[in-house]
Write a protein that binds this ligand. Structure first.
Ligand code: ADP
Length: 217
């Protein structure tokens, strides 16, 4: 799933993961897990993340490659959220997933002006990564509805880091839209609307793709 920060990738991938019973693999959540465990790697990753910078390609590629080798992925497939974010990462993903490749790449499209507002209001669960906002709060004050974890503002959701991430998105990640369009793997989905509306658009696109794969000779 491609899309700007704040386009709703995390929220929608979590819902798609429940709908299709396919593991949701979020590089951001994996890195935040490492930060929380205070490993040496986690401390280094936090420096990049708080500055809004990307981790080096070889580091993140290694992490994803290891995750995609696990049993659940072999059995059920995967929904990738936050990877690839650069052309070298996309090239590596092609190699990692040989010979099957990926079925579908979705660009969840929300204009930059709108994601800025969403990110400033975003709040997340530190345990399970569930997304909330100042207007869509958890039922009990700042306690996650799903797992009881603390719901906070992310350290990298400062205006400065948000702007840096959005600039990097245009520079490094937006070219992937063309990369996947050229391979015939891309669908663009409008990410503006309620979470339910966006989910049904996504499900429609994914089901249509599954149908066409099934009927392919
Ligand atoms: P956002 O989409 O708002 O940037 P994520 O939770 O997806 O949030 O990622 C948070 C941070 O984790 C990124 O700013 C970056 O530092 C790091 N990160 C996540 N995925 C990647 C990746 N594929 N390549 C490099 N860095 C990554």
């Amino acid at each position: 799933m491609l899309g700007r920060q704040g386009a709703g990738k995390g929220t929608q991938c979590a819902r798609l993961s429940r709908h299709y019973v396919v593991p949701h693999i979020s590089t951001g959540d994996m890195l935040r897990g490492a930060v929380k465990e205070r490993t040496a790697f986690g401390r280094k990753a936090k420096e990049y993340m708080d500055a809004g910078e990307l981790l080096p390609d070889d580091v993140i590629i290694g992490i994803v490659e290891e995750r995609l080798d696990k049993d659940d992925v072999r059995r059920r497939g995967f929904i990738l959220d936050g990877f690839p974010r650069t052309v070298p990462q996309a090239v590596a993903l092609t190699e990692i997933t040989l010979p099957l490749g990926v079925d579908l790449v979705i660009d969840l499209e929300v204009p930059r002006g709108m994601v800025l507002q969403r990110l400033a209001a975003r709040r997340v669960c530190t345990d399970c990564g569930a997304n909330y906002s100042v207007t869509e709060r958890p039922k009990r004050p700042w306690t996650c509805d799903f797992c009881g974890g603390d719901v906070i503002q992310r350290d990298d959701d400062t205006e400065e880091a948000i702007n840096r991430r959005l600039d990097l998105y245009e520079e490094q990640t937006a070219p992937l839209v063309q990369f996947y369009a050229d391979r015939g793997e891309l669908e663009i989905v409008d990410g503006v609307g309620t979470a339910e509306e966006v989910l049904s658009r996504l499900v429609a696109v994914i089901d249509a793709r599954q149908q066409s794969h099934r009927s392919a000779p």
